[in-house]
Write a protein that binds this ligand. Sequence first.
Ligand SMILES: [Zn+2]
Ligand SMILES: [Zn+2]
Length: 152
Amino acid sequence: MSRSDTFAESKNKYARYLAKNGLRSTAQRDLIINEFFKSEGHVTAEELHLKLRGKNSSIGLATVYRTLKTLESAGLAHERQFNDGFMRYEFCAPGYRHHDHIVCLECGLVEEFENNEIENLQIKVANKHNFTITDHRLELYGVCERCKSKTA
Ligand SMILES: [Zn+2]
Ligand SMILES: [Zn+2]
């Protein structure tokens, strides 16, 4: 899927969510979601707010927060917390692939990984407890290669 298709499909999904929940789209919300859909990786509301300010918008941080929450409810954003006190948001575009994260506690580097063995083990654990998994979060914390070489 091309980037502009992803964009259009995400916008449709968002519009459907707004309609279903009796919410209106506003010019401010549209600016925020456009900026968010362009973001890569894991962004905080503050980072998004700064970017929008750079584009001479007067959108308040609270509006950015609320819109990100809405995107999360609409299934277009995942909330991520990497142990540094910030809530981050990851764009969950159509065709999004599940992945987990490994985080450096020194420099904050976040890498993404997928591991089928871990995924299958989680299902096994859940089955043992008669659970059906609907969601999971896995973060590994440590020190990355660069930071390790700095302290060596
Ligand atoms: Zn590091
Ligand atoms: Zn990620």
